[in-house]
Write a protein that binds this ligand. Sequence first.
Ligand code: DGT
Ligand code: CA
Ligand code: ZN
Length: 572
Amino acid sequence: MKNQEIARIFNEIADLLEIKGENPFRIRAYRRAAQNIEGLPKSVEEIPKEELLKVPGIGQDLAGKIEEYIKTGKMQAHEELKHEIPEGLLTLLSVPGLGPKTSKLLYEKLKIKGIDDLERLASEHKLVGLPGIKEKTEENILKGIEMLKRGKERQPLGKVLPIANDILEHLKKKAPVDKIDLAGSLRRWKDTIKDIDILATSDNPKEVMRVFVHLPHVKDVLMHGPTKSTVIIHEDLQVDLRVVEKESYGAALAYFTGSKAHNIRLREMAMKKGLKINEYGIFREKDKKKIGGETEEDIYKILGLPYIPPELREDQGEIEAAQEGRLPRLVTAEEIKGDLHVHSKWSDGSHTFEQLVDAAKERGYSYIAITDHSKGLGIARGLTGERLLEQKKEINAVNKKLKGFRIIHGIEVDIRSDGSLDISDDVLKELDIVVASIHSGFKQPRKQLTYRLVSAMKNPYVSIIAHPTGRLIGERDAYDVDMDEIFATAKKTGTAIEINAYPLRLDINDTYAKRAKEMGIPIVIATDTHVINQFDYMRYGVSIARRGWLEKDDVLNTLEAEKLFKRLKPFK
Ligand code: DGT
Ligand code: CA
Ligand code: ZN
């Protein structure tokens, strides 16, 4: 978790330097270091300095700052920068989508010092007319403020789950718990989370509670009871822990996993059978006798249903499907054979082909697609057609040395604002696969954004559309596109749709994934890895697929490479 904190501070330093108008290379160095720190496979606290220096982008200076943060919980340079920049300007920077440049402008020209001021002026159209500020900018600022407020209520799964698992590990180690599990929306892998619900059994619940309220994560104790406690942790999340009787564990797990809508349906079914379900068990109405509840399976079995996996428990047709014996056999992480969206050092990734291959092999894969950015993206050191052909030679050379593993040569080609691709077809046709995506002009009108994606899909070489809706959870809403038309075109052209597994994206989302499946559109799950550890984000993408009812056959990268190419455009 220190890694995330340090990455956040490095990014903040970059913002502050940008406000000060400092050297762009220095600014980029901080952003790059932030990316690499976030992607480290273990906590920086466990990494000796010599090794830290080998992380791309980390030199003596930044390694020193990391050490300083571990020792003191602060970075002097960061604190000094914050002092140089007025408090009000810092507040503006915290609005999603409001970058350093605009923040500075608003602060200097209008003396805006806080979110409330900003909200009022934007809604009264008092910002329009400042250099670069249009009505649309005001709308986006208001959206950003709304998101800031909303973001405090629900946080991204990718941020909350690692924290929750860390709390579980601490409890397993330090408290006398027997069984222990996450419940609630976390167990259902919902993409945003309001709070962390934990359930356990123990012979000594009091001691479990004592350990819990004293965990290092805890900022405030809201309630400390004999079997139930509630705390607030440093990340401003609420955590509930309940210890229940062993005989009721299954019933409690079902109850607290939810969703509420799913549970209401189960209770209705029970009532019709003369049964009653609550968090203690399942009971016969007539003599109040308990007939089950030690396991979750009990509950479903007594209701005459097969076990329903937590990801499906949303009352989105899963009860009917269970009754009719047509529950999907959900795709699993083990069934994924390779990752089809990976960046290397050739663009803005951090590693060589060999390093990426080793990491992919460790994860049991038999292929990865290298899909570096195309040239249109200046910031990402995108590749020209010429560089791509050089890259192809190097990939061929590496492939010759590999056994039972293959690097697929691809590109993440940028879809320009007019819908054209910034690499010509002559070059695209030399590649094994082509991933196309939008990286600019997110705020164009619906018609134009839809047109861009549709045009890309009509290109005969475009195999996959990556992160189709462009959302960044808590930072940027999905852009305004006509997904019906996107899916219809995907179907017609045979273009696959990506579930981008990067935890802040999770794009397409679960609802769209379900719709895509129903339309028979091929799906790939890919991580958009820039740093090796991000290969592990695959599990988040799989969770979206599972919440969208996807089975192995719906996901193209459960296939071995040869079969994969037969299903991916241009169908080799
Ligand atoms: P969230 O909003 O991310 O925390 O989502 P959940 O599903 O974790 O919701 P939460 O924490 O309010 O409640 C956890 C589970 O407890 C929920 O999924 C079902 C159960 N539950 C909570 N309140 C009620 C209730 O009033 N009635 C019923 N039947 N179940 C409830
Ligand atoms: Ca919850
Ligand atoms: Zn990418």
